[in-house]
Design a protein around this ligand. Sequence first.
Ligand SMILES: [Zn+2]
Length: 84
Amino acid sequence: MADQSEPLQPQPLDEWLLKLLACPACPQHYPLAFDVDKSVLLCHCGRYAFPVGTDGIPNLLVTDDKIVNPDADPSSCSPPTGAN
Ligand SMILES: [Zn+2]
């Protein structure tokens, strides 16, 4: 690991935590994408959105109220492309 001294930008969710979080609903378990505006973690298939509480703890229980796009098929979830 290289020593990175560049200043960290304020983030509502820790990057290390984001990397640990995988979609609990899809068979591929791809990492979730964080939507800053809505404060939700989005599945790459687009079917689920998991809310992140004000305490920074995401609710990753797979329940019907997490479904934002019922037409999306988790089995066809595509991997995240590249890194931002
Ligand atoms: Zn998923």
